[in-house]
Design a protein around this ligand. Structure first.
Ligand SMILES: Cc1cc2nc3c(=O)[nH]c(=O)nc-3n(C[C@H](O)[C@H](O)[C@H](O)COP(=O)(O)OP(=O)(O)OC[C@H]3O[C@@H](n4cnc5c(N)ncnc54)[C@H](O)[C@@H]3O)c2cc1C
Length: 718
C-alpha cells in the first residue's frame, strides 16, 4: 500500500483532552467501573450497532433552557433548581406524590456550578454582548446584578481584566464585528503569529463564494467545508496559522447536513470495549453542550417504551446500557443539569411523554438523555463563521482539482478561473469524496436514511422514541422530534457501491423498512402518505483490510498522510469534530513544516454562544436566538440595514408551517456565504427537507436575493 497511515486515531491519546479538562471529583475510575458494565454486552450487540444507533442506549430529556421554550419560566435565583425539581414529573417517583405528571419541566437556568474549560486567556478579551435594552450598560454591572455574585469573596479579577467566577467563566460572546484578522505585512509566514489583532474590513471576514482575491501562499489549505473541514480551519487559525478553507459547492453540502442531528456520547465504543474513545465522545458532547455551542444544542429525552417488543432480557440490557452511558457522562464531567440521569417510568408516565404510543401493550419506559443539535448544517456554518472571524479565508464554490502536501490547484466554480496556492500543509477533509482528491484513500460509504413527518402525525410527542428493530437484540429505529416541529424517523445502514452521488437518494425499500419498524409502537402508525420528506447521507467509512463490516469503522476518525504529503482526515462524527481537528493539526505540526501554538478550541465558544440565562435576555425573536444565539440581534440589525424594511416584513414566517424568515435569509447572503436559492433553502435553513415547504419559501428566498443584490453586497442572483 503506497499510503502510509501515520495516525489512525481510535481512542484518546494519553493526556490529551481528558487530562486538559478540569476535574471536579476524582471519585470515578472510568476503567474499573466501565469494565463492569461492559461485561453485560453480548457479541451481537458489539457487532450490530452503528454509531447512529446509539440513542437506544442512552438519552432523554425534555428540551429545556431554550429562550423560546415554554418550560423556561421566570424561575431564577438560588432556589430555582430545588423548586424546579419538585415540579419534575418523574424524578421524585416514590418519594412523594407525582406533581402534574407529564407537565412541562421547569428548569432553573443557572450558571454551572462546576469548573469548566475556561476561555483561553491568551486570546484577546472580547466585549460582552450588550443586554437587551441596555446597550451602554457596564457589563460588570450585570455581574453585580446577578444573585449572589457580588457577595462572593472568591471572585477575582483575571489578568485580562474580566471578572472570573469560581463557578465557571461566563461565556465570552464572539461577534462578527470582533476584529480578529492578524496583521501579516509581507504575506504569510510559517510560524506562530503574534497575538495582536486589528479591526479588519468586516466583509473580508465573511464567507465568500468564489476565489477572487485569494492569497497565493498560506500556512494551511483545508479542502472541504463539512463539519470536519470547518473544524480544522477553526483549530488551525486559532493556533495562529493562516488558513484558506474551500468547498467545491457550499458549506455543509455533503454528509454533514444529512445526519440525525444528535450530539451523542460514546456508547457504541463502550459496547465494543473501547473505553478511551467512548470517553472521548462523551467529553466532546459535554464541550459542545456546555462550552462551545450551548446555543445550538439542547438536551433530548430518549424514551424506550417497554412493551411486547421488548423482552425482559432486552429491557435489562438496555437499562444496563443507559446506566453505562450515565457513567460516561459523569466521567466526562457533564452535569446532570445538562443531561439528567436515566430513569425507569411506569406506563402512565411513559404515555404522558409520548401519548401517541400504543397503550395496550405498554408496561413502562426507560428514559435517558442525550444531546440534540438545532441543525447540523447550522453547526457547520457557525464553526466556519467562527473560523472566519479569527481570520480564516473561507470560500465556497471553490473546487480543489489537484493537491500535494504543499500546493493546491483550484477552480472558481462561478467564474471558471483557475488558481494555484502554495501551502505549508494541505488537509483533505472531503468526507466521502476523499478518494477523488487522493487516490490513495479508499472508502466504503454506507447510506443512512431518515424520513420527515409533520409533528401532528404523532401528536404531542415531546421525546425521542426508540423502537426496537425486530430480529435484532440491540438495534433501534429512532423517532426524533425536531425544533422546527417536524419529526424524523431513522435510520438505515446500507452499503453503497459505485460513484459517490452529490446528493444521495433514499431507496423505497428503506422508507418502507422504517415505517414498518415504528408502526408497532404507535396507536395510529405513520403511513406512506404521512412522509413529507426523506433524506439520506453517506458515512465516509475508511476501507481497512480485514474489517468485516462497515459499521465497525463508522465513527472512528482516521488521519492519514499520503506519499504526496496531503493529510486526510476521515470518519468520526459531528459530535467529535473538534477533537478530530485537534488531532489533525497535531499530526500536521508533527511533520515539522509549520510551527504553531497549542489547540484552543476546547475552551473557545463559537459565535453566538452564551449561557441560557444570557440567551433568554436577547431581544431578538426566539427562532433567531435558537439558530444564532447572541448573534440574533446582529442578524436582525443587518437585515434592517441592508433592506430598509420594517421588522414585520423581516420576521413574518413564510407560512404557519414554514417558520423561515426574511431576516435570516438576508443574513445568510451577507454574512454566511450563501450564493443562491439552494444555499438559502437547503443549507442555511433546512426548509428544503420538505418539498412542499420549499415551494412555499421560494418567494421569500428570491426576495432576499433581490434585496441583497440591490444593496452594496457582492452577491449574484442564483
Ligand atoms: C445518516 C447519518 C447520520 C448521522 N448522524 C450523526 C449524528 O446524529 N451525530 C453525529 O455526531 N454524527 C452523525 N453522523 C456522522 C456525521 O454526519 C459525519 O461523520 C460528518 O458529517 C462527516 O463530515 P465531513 O466534513 O467529514 O464530510 P462532509 O460533510 O461530506 O463534507 C465534505 C465536503 O467536501 C467538499 N468537497 C468534496 N470534494 C471537494 C473538492 N475537490 N474541493 C473542495 N471541496 C470538496 C464537499 O462539497 C463537502 O461539503 C451521521 C452520518 C450519517 C451518514
Amino acid at each position: 500500500m503506497r499510503y502510509s497511515v501515520t495516525h489512525v486515531v481510535t481512542s484518546s491519546h494519553p493526556g490529551t483532552s481528558a487530562r486538559r479538562l478540569p476535574r471536579r471529583r476524582s471519585g470515578l475510575h472510568p476503567r474499573r467501573r466501565l469494565a463492569a458494565h461492559d461485561a453485560h454486552r453480548g457479541r451481537e450487540a458489539r457487532r450490530s450497532l452503528t454509531d447512529d444507533d446509539l440513542p437506544h442506549l442512552v438519552r432523554h430529556g425534555l428540551a429545556a433552557g431554550r429562550p423560546d421554550d415554554p418550560r423556561v419560566g421566570d424561575r431564577r435565583g438560588s432556589d430555582a433548581g430545588r423548586r424546579a425539581r419538585h415540579h419534575h414529573p418523574v424524578r421524585h417517583r416514590g418519594r412523594g406524590p407525582l406533581h402534574r405528571p407529564g407537565a412541562p419541566r421547569q428548569r432553573a437556568l443557572r450558571p454551572h456550578r462546576r469548573a469548566r474549560p475556561r476561555p483561553d486567556a491568551s486570546l484577546p478579551p472580547l466585549p460582552a454582548r450588550p443586554l437587551a435594552g441596555g446597550a451602554d450598560r457596564d457589563p460588570r454591572r450585570r455581574d453585580r446584578e446577578r444573585p449572589g455574585l457580588g457577595r462572593d469573596p472568591r471572585r477575582r479579577r483575571r489578568t485580562d481584566g474580566a471578572l472570573a467566577h469560581p463557578r465557571g467563566p461566563r461565556l465570552r460572546v464572539l461577534r462578527a464585528d470582533d476584529g480578529r484578522r492578524r496583521d501579516r505585512p509581507g504575506g504569510p509566514r510559517h510560524g506562530v503569529r503574534p497575538p495582536g489583532h486589528r479591526v479588519a474590513d468586516a466583509v473580508s471576514r465573511r464567507i465568500t463564494p468564489g476565489l477572487a482575491g485569494i492569497p497565493t501562499e498560506v500556512d494551511v489549505v483545508v479542502v472541504g467545508l463539512g463539519i470536519t473541514g470547518a473544524g480544522v480551519a477553526l483549530d488551525a487559525v486559532t493556533r495562529g496559522l493562516s488558513v484558506l478553507a474551500v468547498d467545491a459547492h457550499d458549506l455543509a453540502f455533503g454528509t454533514s447536513r444529512w445526519s440525525s442531528k444528535l450530539v451523542h456520547g460514546g456508547l457504541r465504543y463502550l459496547a465494543q470495549g473501547q473505553l478511551a474513545i467512548a470517553h472521548e465522545s462523551a467529553v466532546e458532547r459535554g464541550i459542545l453542550m456546555e462550552v462551545t455551542a450551548p446555543h445550538l444544542t439542547r438536551p433530548l429525552p430518549m424514551l424506550t417504551p417497554v412493551n411486547d417488543a421488548m423482552s425482559r432480557g432486552r429491557t435489562a440490557m438496555t437499562w444496563a446500557g443507559l446506566h453505562a452511558g450515565d457513567v460516561l457522562r459523569r466521567t466526562a464531567h457533564t452535569t446532570t443539569r445538562t443531561l439528567p440521569r436515566p430513569r425507569r417510568l411506569n406506563a402512565t408516565e411513559t404515555l404522558n411523554l409520548a401519548p401517541a404510543l400504543r397503550a395496550d401493550t405498554l408496561r413502562g419506559g426507560l428514559l435517558a438523555w442525550d444531546g440534540q443539535l438545532e441543525d447540523d448544517a447550522r453547526l457547520v456554518v457557525t464553526v466556519a463563521r467562527t473560523a472566519a472571524s479569527y481570520g480564516a479565508d473561507v470560500r465556497t464554490r471553490a473546487r480543489v482539482t489537484g493537491a500535494t502536501g504543499n500546493r493546491v490547484e483550484l477552480r472558481d466554480e462561478l467564474s471558471g478561473a483557475t488558481y494555484a496556492v502554495r501551502a505549508g500543509a494541505v488537509v483533505n477533509a472531503t468526507g466521502v469524496w476523499a478518494g477523488d482528491l487522493d487516490d490513495q484513500v479508499r472508502l466504503r460509504p454506507s447510506r443512512g436514511t431518515h424520513l420527515v413527518l409533520r409533528g401532528a402525525v404523532l401528536p404531542h410527542t415531546r421525546v425521542a422514541v426508540m423502537v426496537p428493530i425486530p430480529g435484532t437484540t440491540a438495534r433501534f429505529a429512532m423517532v426524533l422530534p425536531q425544533p422546527d416541529g417536524t419529526i424524523y424517523v431513522g435510520l438505515t445502514d446500507e452499503p453503497v457501491t459505485g460513484p459517490v452521488p452529490d446528493v444521495p437518494v433514499p431507496s423505497e425499500v428503506e422508507i418502507d423498512f422504517l415505517l414498518g419498524v415504528v408502526a408497532s409502537a404507535f396507536t395510529t402508525p405513520p403511513t406512506r402518505a404521512d412522509v413529507v420528506g426523506a433524506f439520506a447521507g453517506l458515512r465516509p467509512l475508511l476501507e481497512v483490510t480485514g474489517a468485516d463490516a462497515t459499521a465497525d469503522l463508522s465513527r472512528r476518525h482516521a488521519i492519514l498522510t499520503s506519499t504526496t504529503g496531503v493529510t486526510t482526515v476521515v470518519g468520526g462524527k459531528l459530535t467529535t469534530y473538534r477533537r478530530m481537528a485537534e488531532d489533525t493539526l497535531d499530526v500536521v505540526l508533527a511533520q515539522g513544516r509549520l510551527a504553531a501554538g497549542p489547540c484552543r478550541t476546547a475552551s473557545l465558544p463559537l459565535l453566538g454562544a452564551a449561557s441560557a440565562e444570557e440567551l433568554r435576555r436577547c431581544a431578538a425573536p426566539a427562532r433567531l436566538v435558537r439558530r444564532f444565539g447572541t448573534e440574533a440581534e446582529l442578524v436582525l440589525a443587518t437585515a434592517r440595514e441592508v433592506t430598509g424594511l420594517a421588522d414585520d416584513d423581516l420576521l413574518t414566517p413564510a407560512s404557519d408551517d414554514v417558520p423561515v424568515t426574511l431576516a435570516e435569509l438576508v443574513f445568510a447572503l451577507t454574512h454566511e456565504g450563501a450564493h443562491d436559492l439552494d444555499d438559502l433553502l437547503d443549507r442555511r435553513t433546512r426548509v428544503g427537507l420538505v418539498a412542499a415547504d420549499r415551494v412555499v419559501a421560494e418567494p421569500l428566498g428570491r426576495r432576499a436575493l433581490e434585496l441583497v443584490a440591490t444593496g452594496s453586497q457582492p452577491i449574484t442572483l442564483g
